[in-house]
Ligand binder design. Structure first.
Ligand SMILES: Nc1ncnc2c1ncn2[C@@H]1O[C@H](COP(=O)(O)OP(=O)(O)O)[C@@H](O)[C@H]1O
Ligand SMILES: [Mg+2]
Length: 486
């Protein structure tokens, strides 16, 4: 019943109550009719017995049994409710009965009169239905007594007939009342069920839904308030949607700009790298060649020693310029792939930091990686390893790469000092943008960036990048992300 509608519950309650009341009323009515008829039966039995007692006195005194018999028979004939009459002696013993000498089983042959009662009556159950026997004294019992048995058969038939009529009446009345109550309940509950419908529509996102207002009472006011609330929700939702799409456009702008920025920076680094390699390195190499030729033509040892130092300085500078060019844009990344480029990047790191155990492990195939992803991995490793060396004072740095062809996971971890959120925020405010750039680059490639650190807890950076979602060629040209402004 709990999951049934309120209208159903209301109907069950009202109809149930009406039928229950009808039943009680019917029972009370039938009971009072029975009582009334029973009293009538007793009274008429009493009157009959009393009038007989007046007339039969002499017959008894003269022992005129024939006349007595006739009187009794006549009384029986004229009154169909009288089942039997018994005349007794003053001691209660039977003198004469309309049954003759043999009384039916269960009927008392001798009975004592109870004078304390207004009417002395007893009830018998017989095969013909209930019999009510009334006992009346003849001449105050000096002559004898008369016992008249009144059959309730007729009365029962009347009660049954009345019960049927009453039952039908009550049933019709109940049905009519139930119908009216149900109609009233429908009128009363219809606005509520409309409100429930409206709320469900709101829940489904059908904002602005209206419910009919049937009245000006509290339920009507509720419906009006619902309608204005619904209109307001619709307005707010439309406004929110407008703001959301504006925000999305702005976010697209931002992503596009950041992407352009990274690409521009990458292009610039590549240009400088190429210039350093092609121009500066070539010039320095030529200078070294000239210095070697000059070395052979010098006269004194002192001059040759000085020139040797100049050559050494120049060679070191050439080495630095080449390393700088590689760092700015690793040519190996384009030619030999990500793994070799990382190994080449880590070699000098290991050499320059013998106290730090630098490890690099990789699992999977990285040959066909889209360029933006391999560049992103390379730059992230450069930045995080540089961060570890610069800030963490670690004894171990681990670089791990894993790819199943769908997802690429990069993990760089050190066991150094770690840092707090406050430190990271301070660095960001001072335009130290290494970590920020990493996050942004990850976002651009639809990846997931995770940073685990804390004071003295080391630092671990995990980046997950989807591989198939990226159209490498387009991204490479800086057009992977469309300019939303056009
Ligand atoms: N591996 C690390 N260990 C300890 N601190 C770090 C590490 N990486 C970054 N940090 C902290 O986070 C800050 C921000 O790093 P980053 O954005 O790369 O800027 P920068 O390296 O130029 O300072 C750093 O200044 C440093 O305090
Ligand atoms: Mg940094």
């Amino acid at each position: 019943m709990d999951n049934k509608g309120i209208y159903f519950k209301f109907n069950v309650l009202i109809v149930g109550t009406i039928f229950f009341c009808g039943l009680i009323m019917g029972v009370m009515l039938i009971t009072s009719i029975s009582k009334y008829l029973e009293n009538g039966l007793i009274t008429s039995g009493q009157e009959l017995a009393s009038s007989l007692s007046v007339t039969v006195g002499n017959d008894i005194l003269f022992d005129d049994r024939f006349s007595l018999w006739e009187r009794l028979s006549k009384t029986m004939e004229t009154n169909d409710q009288v089942r039997y009459i018994i005349v007794t002696y003053p001691n209660g013993e039977m003198m004469l009965s309309t049954f003759g000498n043999n009384l039916p089983a269960g009927l008392m042959s001798s009975r004592t009169y109870d004078s304390s009662k207004d009417i002395d009556s007893v009830l018998y159950d017989s095969s013909e239905g209930r019999i009510r026997e009334i006992m009346v004294p003849i001449d105050d019992g000096l002559v004898g007594y008369i016992r008249v048995g009144m059959s309730e058969k007729k009365m029962t038939a009347i009660v049954q007939e009345r019960s049927m009529e009453t039952g039908m009446g009550v049933l019709l009345l109940c049905a009519f009342s139930a119908f009216m109550a149900s109609r009233y309940a429908w009128n009363f509950l219809r606005p509520i069920s409309k409100l429930v419908y409206g709320v469900k529509q709101l829940e489904k996102g059908n904002y602005g839904v209206k419910v009919p207002v049937y009245s000006t009472d509290e339920v009507g006011k509720l419906a009006e308030t619902f309608n204005s609330m619904s209109t307001q929700i619709k307005k707010n939702t439309e406004e929110n949607n407008r703001l959301l799409s504006e925000l999305r456009l702005k976010e697209q702008d931002r992503i596009w700009l950041i992407n352009q920025l990274f690409n521009a920076r990458e292009d610039e680094q590549q240009r400088i790298s190429r210039e350093l390699h092609d121009e500066s390195s070539q010039s320095m190499a030529s200078i070294l060649t000239y210095l070697r030729i000059l070395h052979d033509r010098l006269d004194t040892d002192e001059q040759r020693e000085m020139l040797f130092e100049i050559r050494e300085l120049t060679a070191n500078t050439l080495g630095s310029i080449r390393q700088l060019a590689v760092n700015l844009h690793p040519p190996l990344l384009d030619d030999l792939g990500l793994i070799v480029a990382i190994e080449k990047y880590l070699d000098p790191v290991k050499k320059l930091n013998p106290d730090i155990e630098v490890s690099f492990s990789h699992k999977g195939n990285f040959n066909e990686l889209p360029k933006p992803i391999s560049l992103m991995c390379y730059r992230t490793i450069q930045e995080t390893v540089a961060n570890s060396l610069k800030h963490a004072a670690p004894t171990r740095i681990e670089v791990e790469l894993e790819s199943d062809g769908v997802m690429l996971i990069l993990r760089v971890a050190d066991n150094g000092k770690g840092f707090s959120e406050i430190e990271a925020e301070e660095a960001r405010l001072n335009r130290h943008l290494g970590l920020v750039s990493m996050k942004e680059r990850t976002n651009l490639l639809d990846g997931r960036f995770e940073l685990k650190t804390g004071i003295n807890k080391g630092t671990e950076i995990i980046i997950e990048l989807p591989i198939f979602d990226i159209e490498g060629e387009e991204m490479e040209n800086g057009q992977g992300i469309e300019n939303p402004v056009g």
